[in-house]
Design a protein around this ligand. Structure first.
Ligand code: F6R
Length: 247
């Protein structure tokens, strides 16, 4: 297995290490393409990256970023949209413009076509140098929910009930939680040259073990990472508590 696993003492340590990974990519390749995620998990990473950039500024003019997913039906200025999340948690503080940061268009009239165009854009940029992933409670990565086959391309998806419930914490009422999203496919993610999976908290210990040590199956979408040649898992000790070994 080509997955490296580092169990960190705390969420803070995990976040610092993840930020250093991102920072090093850009240090070595100013025109890098970073694949980014939203959700609670990477917030500490983005805070640590902003601190690093303040202490030791890199020239970010040539950097481009691509995000994993966006809710369908939400405009980019909606406070719960992923574009808004990225603007407020990372892009503004880093001085990154909308021209260099790409998030799937949640208002696309034709989400299928938008998905294919999104993949083509990533290919045209030369592919993703480092992709950050979080892990869903049901084993999803991006919004690739458990299903019969690993989806290849960026595509529209119906969110599953447990994902809708997990997302509800950010909305005022259940009715407001979007039911659909546009997400990079497993194929789009898999093309990244390096993948960093971030996982924290005891509630994810079971699913992390299943993803890394169970069979590779689309019913646990993150299990596909076992087949990628360059994956680093950074988790805190709570999330890593059931893993049989640190590789
Ligand atoms: C976010 C994403 C999702 C989250 C996952 C974990 O862009 O694609 O797969 O990474 O749902 O979410 P948190 O970090 O909120 O537990």
């Amino acid at each position: 297995m080509s997955i490296s696993i580092r169990i960190c003492t705390s969420y803070e340590e995990m976040s610092e290490l993840a930020a250093i990974e991102l920072y090093s990519v850009v240090l070595n390749k100013p025109a890098a393409v970073l694949g980014l995620a939203t959700g609670s998990t990477p917030i500490g990473t983005y805070e640590a990256l902003i601190r690093l950039q303040e202490m030791h500024p890199l020239n970010l003019k040539e950097l481009r970023t691509v995000n994993l997913d966006e809710y369908l039906g939400l405009p980019g200025d909606h406070p719960q949209s992923y574009r808004y999340f990225m603007d407020t948690n990372l892009f503004r503080s880093m001085g990154l413009s909308t021209e260099q940061t790409f998030v799937p268009n949640g208002l696309a009239e034709n989400p299928e076509a938008e998905g294919l165009a999104y993949d083509a854009r990533i290919d045209a940029m030369g592919g993703i140098d480092l992709q950050i992933l979080g892990l869903g409670h049901n084993g999803h990565i991006a919004f690739n929910e458990p299903c019969e086959d690993f989806p290849k391309h960026t595509h529209p998806v119906d969110l599953q009930e447990n994902t809708i419930q997990a997302n509800a914490r950010f909305f005022d009422s259940m009715d407001e939680v979007p039911r659909r999203a546009l997400t990079m496919g497993i194929g789009s993610i898999f093309k990244a040259r390096r993948i960093l999976l971030l996982v924290n908290g005891a509630a994810k210990a079971n699913i992390l073990k299943e993803a890394l040590e169970g069979p590779v199956t689309p019913m646990v979408p993150a299990s596909i990472l076992q087949l990628h040649p360059n994956v680093l898992v950074l988790c805190d000790k709570e999330a890593g508590s059931l893993l049989s070994q640190e590789a």
